[in-house]
Every structure is written in C-alpha cells, then in structure tokens.
Design a protein around this ligand. Structure first.
Ligand code: DGT
Ligand code: MG
Length: 372
C-alpha cells in the first residue's frame, strides 16, 4: 500500500513584530548556525548581512515544530540563498561546513574574546587584531592604552562573561529599588530587557525608572548613581544625560535608535549571598563575597514611559522590526520616546504598550512572545 508521507509546510508573517516568538525554539540547531553567521557579519562590520541572518534565524524561531526538509520552508519569509544553503547543509549532514570553519577560525575567536571585554567594540578589536593582539594575555602584555571602561572590562572579564541568573537579577533589582526609593520616594523601577521577556539568564540587567508625576524624574540619575556609589555598589559607571526634546528635534530628526534618555552604563559589585550564584565565583581562595554584574539604568518621564518600556524590552531584532513596520507599512516613525504619524503630521500618545501596538495596526504581542 502506497502511503504519502505528510510533511507540514510552514508559513509565517514576514515582520517579526507580527509573530509570537517564545523562548521555546524548536529549531535551535538551525538558528544557532544562522546566529553565528550573523554574529560574524556584525563583528566584521557588515551590519546589513548581519541583519539578514538575524531575520532568517528569527523566522525559524517562530515555527511550531522542527524543520526536517527544505521543502517545508516554502511559506517562511526572510530566507535568502545563503541562509537556505546553510539550512540545507545542516538538515542533510547535521552541520554546515561554513559555520564549523567559522567556529574554528582564529580571527573569529579573537574577535569574540576581545569584544567580550566591556567597552571594546568591533573597530577597536579589529585594530588590535591587525596589530597581532589575539588573546587577553597578549592584550595585557602588549599594553595598548585602554580607556576607563575597558580597564574595568578587563579587570572583571570573567565575571562579566558569566551569565547573570534570575536570582542575581532580583538581587540587583532590590538594590536599585532601595536606591530609587531613597533618593526619590514614589519612583517606580521596572525590570526590562531579556529578563522581562522571561529569559533565565542575561548578559546584563536592565532597568527603566520613572515617577508617576511628570517632571519629578528630572535629575534623578546623578542622585541615584551617587547613592549607589556611596553604598559601595559601583565598580564602574558612565552616565549620559537626557537630550531629547520633542519640539526642538521633532520628526525631522526621527527615531535614530540612539537614545536620548538619562542613561547609566554600570558595573555593579553584587554581594554573593549563601545559596545564590557562587558557581564559578572565586577560584583559589574559595567563593568570593561578591561578583561584578553589568547593569544598565534608564530614566524616562512618565509621558514617554510606554514607548521606553516597549523600546527597551527587546529583543533587538523585535525592536528593529517594529521600527521597520512603522516606517514602511504605516508611514510612522517609532522611537523609544514617541510615535510620529507622518500622514496626520502629529505625535500619537500612548500610556501602555497595548496602545502603541494598536496605533501601529498590530496585534498585541506580550513580552514573553517578543523573543525573535
Ligand atoms: P541580554 O542582556 O543579552 O540577555 O539580552 P537583552 O535582550 O536584555 O539585550 P540588551 O541588554 O543588550 O538590551 C536590552 C534591550 O534594550 C534590547 O533588546 C534593545 C534595547 N536597547 C539596548 N541598547 C539600546 C539603545 O542604545 N537604545 C535603544 N533604544 N534601545 C536599546
Ligand atoms: Mg539585557
């Protein structure tokens, strides 16, 4: 008896912000391969190629089952020739020769190690590699001049490359809440970034801080930072002040993704409590009493809070796709501060993320389904 094997053909909408992407990824082997190619493109300064691979990976992350054959991908968007070749190799032989070669490449390994230093970007790492610096040891020995961030990054390299767990994020949250409550009673602290999307670990902990009374948040960051510093919680911090003015800049200088909030990039000295963390901490002398953790703080006026919340919850690709959708499909301009409608020539107000999705003509996607 002849039986036709049924193989599901997948299809999914083309913008990541139209899809629900949970952390439950059924195609991790494929998306890991594509993400590695994306990472390599980004580390080589080829951002366009990076985005193409990120989009391809994100489309696969949204599928409800593992892909087993190329023919199932007919309705899946964002898969270019290069991505399809990699997918084909992985499906047929379990691995892509190109990706495996990349994993072993000295240049890629060096770029990962050097950009793994807080404060070191792609350009700096590329320059050092050109000078023959491929490892942390060579960097320490050959001694190019490092800025303050890079010195902190090198000093705390192991801690900052160890994932932060949820319990540690909660401990940081308690510290930030104590700080905010002390310098501005009534201030509200919200955990954002990957942890808001439900991730179990992160490379940092991100917070958005506001006050229910517009204007009361002004000047909050320096006070917050000085409280944290005085209590011994800061190993490093750099604060940027707010320069966003709707009226002055307006849509003529639209939604550059550069933020103009009060923002602080910091490294926290987080006490290690019994029963938490510990693993990997210490070394020769047993567990250390603290670890270094990257913490990002953002202060927003309450009138922009919903836009800031949406803009800082991520994932990075989800954010990029939201802005692309707004521009290409709605003739609007979305930033972490505001939404401007070019057809109506006016800003659209919102006090919740749900309202922003509605303005954009999109179905609401909760944070746990923004893991594109
Ligand atoms: P992680 O920390 O690696 O586990 O993952 P995420 O998703 O928390 O990523 P992270 O911490 O780099 O950034 C959190 C979100 O904040 C990210 O999805 C996009 C957003 N974001 C980061 N930096 C900027 C920025 O400079 N401007 C704006 N508008 N958004 C940013
Ligand atoms: Mg984060």
């Amino acid at each position: 008896k002849l039986q036709t094997e049924e193989v599901e053909v997948f299809s999914t909408p083309s913008y990541a912000c139209q899809r629900r992407t949970t952390l439950d990824n059924h195609n991790a082997v494929l998306t890991d391969a594509l993400s590695l190619l994306a990472e390599n493109a980004e580390l080589s300064g080829e951002d366009g190629r990076g985005v193409a691979f990120r989009r391809a990976a994100a489309a696969l992350k949204a599928l409800p089952l593992p892909v087993t054959r190329l023919t199932q991908l007919g309705g899946v968007p964002c898969l270019g020739g290069h991505s399809l070749r990699v997918i084909k190799d992985v499906l047929e032989s379990g691995a892509s020769p190109e990706v495996e070669a990349l994993r072993r490449s000295e240049r890629f390994k060096a770029l990962k190690v050097l950009t793994g230093i807080f404060g070191v970007g792609v350009k700096t790492a590329g320059r050092w590699i050109g000078e023959g610096i491929l490892t942390l040891r060579q960097l320490r020995d050959s001694g190019p001049t490092l800025n303050r961030a890079q010195r902190a990054g090198l000093r705390h390299y192991d801690d900052l490359n160890r994932p932060v767990g949820r319990a540690e994020a909660a401990a940081v949250a308690a510290v930030v809440e104590a700080a905010a409550g002390s310098v501005l009673p009534g201030a509200r602290v919200t955990l954002i970034g990957g942890f808001r999307r439900g991730k179990q670990t992160g490379h940092d902990v991100d917070f958005l801080i506001t006050h229910p009374e517009e204007g009361r948040e002004a000047g909050l960051m320096p006070k917050l930072v000085s409280w944290l510093d005085s209590q011994g919680f800061l190993l490093y911090q750099k604060t940027n002040s707010n320069s966003y003015l709707e009226a002055a800049e307006g849509p003529a200088r639209p939604a550059s993704n550069m933020d103009r909030f009060e923002r602080c990039f910091s490294v926290f000295k987080l006490p290690e409590e019994a029963g938490r963390g510990g693993a990997g901490a210490g070394g020769e002398g047993g567990p250390r009493p603290w670890r270094a953790v990257r913490v990002d703080l953002v202060v927003s006026p309450v009138s922009q809070f919903a836009f800031a919340l949406l803009g800082w919850t991520g994932s990075k690709l989800f954010e990029r796709e939201l802005r692309r959708w707004a521009g290409h499909e709605m003739n609007m301009c979305l930033s972490s501060h505001a939404l401007y409608d070019h057809r109506q020539s006016r800003y659209l107000r919102a006090s919740s993320e749900e309202e922003i999705f509605a303005h954009l003509g999109l179905e609401y996607i909760p944070p746990s389904e923004r893991n594109a």
